[in-house]
Design a protein around this ligand. Structure first.
Ligand code: AMP
Length: 126
């Protein structure tokens, strides 16, 4: 079910539990600002999620409230994960879902990294 991106941060969301080590994950990369791990239900041959370590509900929350260091750390972290996985030359896609119409399901900011095959048009055609 999609969430309201304007809701307050929920400490019980699944990515908060992953950050606290209460739920296992397949970590790809971690530093002071980000955790990257494999999506549990991959939608492409490579499907990695990158999340900030701070408590931000969505891209909207993060882009308005995060510090310059957190924003730089997150953007650089996403780039690092894709480069380290060898995705730059073949190419990859970033996706951040925000709120109801964006179909965001987990209320902690995450960027999806998809790669491993030609990914087709930007949005599914209905
Ligand atoms: P979104 O619709 O952008 O909020 O995407 C949430 C993503 O989180 C989905 O692709 C899920 O497969 C993924 N997900 C949910 N729970 C877990 C988990 N425990 N470990 C890894 N990925 C998860």
């Amino acid at each position: 079910m999609a969430i309201d991106a304007t809701q307050p941060y929920d400490d019980d969301n699944i990515f908060a539990k992953i950050l606290r080590g209460e739920i296992p994950n397949k970590t790809v990369y971690e530093n002071d600002y980000v955790l990257a791990f494999h999506d549990i239900n991959p939608q492409a041959p490579h499907h990695i999620l990158v999340i900030p370590k701070g408590k931000y509900v969505s891209w909207d929350d993060f882009s308005s409230a995060a510090s310059e260091a957190e924003i730089a750390g997150f953007v650089r972290g996403v780039g690092h994960v894709a480069r380290a996985a060898g995705m730059v030359e073949p190419g990859y896609r970033l996706l951040a879902n925000i709120g109801q119409d964006g179909h965001q399901e987990v209320p902690h900011l995450h960027v999806h990294i998809f790669a491993g095959k030609p990914l087709g048009p930007m949005l599914a055609r209905s």
